[in-house]
Design a protein around this ligand. Structure first.
Ligand code: GDP
Length: 425
């Protein structure tokens, strides 16, 4: 019953599944590590190369090293989502809304010129790190300068190429509350606008091959541009069946402007469905319903900031309740999707490797046991031979002893006879 409840809880909290999977895998590898250490110790005590050959010793050492490497890697594994779209469609606002905090700089005049990666840290104060300089921490205040497209003229700062990466380490726990996504190993990547004539292939190779989910933030007031489409066409060529969500952002503005809002929504839906199902072929007619959402990131962000007491007044347009529910609906599907994909792609390989290693260890141990059995048979044969020789000697000896005794008796009798004869003569 409690297992059922635990499962239910995990179904409601898909992000926890990833951590749970990490924990289970950690236990499996921990046990494997202990077993290998034990085997190594046993092999260490057996000096006879005929029983434990160097090939078997080396294999155990290699398995021990791979276990260590894998344990180090999967502790760092995470769930990664990449956001794309044209400049000012609301990517940063959407990310901030999902984080319930203004982590990324947003707004008119601010254009992200490089990739910004948000991830959680345990420190109380957040910091920045340039991808090619892992040892140097930069003050969070530099963010608006480095990330800004116009700041490349600033001589104090490194010139950031469009495909370079700036990591933002944000505290998992802040004064205003905990950060659920960051706490559960979700890493969020914001990209430069696709309208900045980018090198898509370079972007994808450098930043997207390990992404679990892509979110296209589109502007509900216009249709998808060819640049936006091209990017995803390249992604679906390089990754097999990527998980793509489309957020029709700024739906508040459209809804306020248009009388025929439902028919506009229908048109958008038809076009996006066609794009995901027919052009990208990343989902089927049934799945696509949980991939397209009409939202207002600004409304959601402001409502969440207000709930945390960070702002006092929040922006809301007509119909905000429906859009807020739609945003939550997106988050629910997003969390289920990212957790499933990350567990599948990141942990299944480790799980397979663990099975392979167990198989190798079994063969290794069998080889050693076979050699030991052979040695035992050899020893037994030698022992048998020695016993046979010993017994033969004993038989020979007793025959000799008997003959000797008879002879002695005979001689003694003869001497006796001779002595008595002499005496009576
Ligand atoms: P980015 O360049 O895609 O990261 O876009 P930003 O997140 O910086 O957003 C650009 C501007 O659009 C900001 O001033 C936001 O406040 C505004 N914005 C973002 N989302 C919405 C929305 O859903 N509705 C409205 N009305 N404005 C929005």
């Amino acid at each position: 019953h409690s297992l059922k409840n635990a499962r239910k809880a995990l179904d409601n909290e898909p992000l926890l599944r990833f951590r749970e999977a990490k924990k289970v895998l950690g236990d499996v590898y921990g046990e494997l590590k202990d077993n290998v250490a034990e085997l190594e110790a046993v092999y260490g005590e057996i000096k006879d190369e005929k029983i434990v050959a160097s090939e078997q010793r080396q294999e155990v050492e290699a398995i021990r090293d791979s276990i260590k490497t894998i344990m180090d890697t999967f502790q760092r594994d995470n769930m990664k989502v990449v956001f794309f779209g044209r400049t000012s469609n609301g990517k940063s606002t959407t990310i901030n809304a999902m984080l319930h905090e203004k982590v990324l700089p947003q707004g008119m005049g601010h254009t992200t010129c490089c990739f910004l990666q948000v991830q959680g840290c345990d420190e109380e104060k957040g910091y920045l790190q340039l991808d090619d300089n892992e040892d140097k921490k930069l003050e969070m205040e530099m963010l608006s300068k480095i990330g800004d497209a116009l700041s490349n003229e600033n001589e104090d700062l490194p010139a950031m190429g469009q495909d370079s990466l700036l990591k933002i380490f944000h505290p998992k726990q802040t004064e205003t509350g905990e950060n659920r996504l960051l706490q559960n190993d979700v890493v969020i990547l914001d990209s430069p606008g696709v309208d900045l004539s980018p090198e898509f292939d370079g972007w994808i190779d450098k930043h997207c091959l390990d992404a679990d989910v892509f979110v296209l933030v589109s502007n509900a007031e216009s249709t998808l541009t060819q640049a936006e489409k091209n990017f995803f066409l390249r992604v679906s060529k390089k990754l097999s069946k990527p998980n793509v969500f489309i957020l029709n952002n700024r739906w508040d503005a459209s809804a306020a402007d248009m009388d025929n809002i439902e028919s506009v929504k229908k048109q958008h839906l038809t076009r996006f469905r066609q794009f995901l199902v027919d052009e990208l072929e990343v989902c089927n007619e049934r799945e696509v319903n949980d991939r397209i959402f009409f939202v207002s990131a600004r409304e959601v962000l402001e409502a969440r900031l207000k709930a945390r007491g960070i702002i006092t007044r929040n922006y809301q347009a007509d119909g905000h309740g429906t859009r807020a529910l739609e945003f939550q609906n997106f988050e629910r599907h997003f969390e289920q999707c990212i957790s499933k994909s990350a567990i599948h792609t990141k942990f299944e390989a480790h799980n397979r490797r663990a099975h392979e290693m167990i198989g190798k260890m079994r063969t290794n141990l069998n080889t050693v046991l076979t050699s030991a059995a052979e040695q035992r048979t050899n020893l037994q044969n030698t022992l048998n031979e020695n016993t046979r020789l010993f017994n033969e000697c004993r038989v020979n000896f007793s025959t000799f002893e008997k003959a000797y005794r008879e002879q002695t008796e005979r001689l003694r009798a003869e001497v006796h006879l001779k002595v008595s004869a002499d005496f009576f003569e």
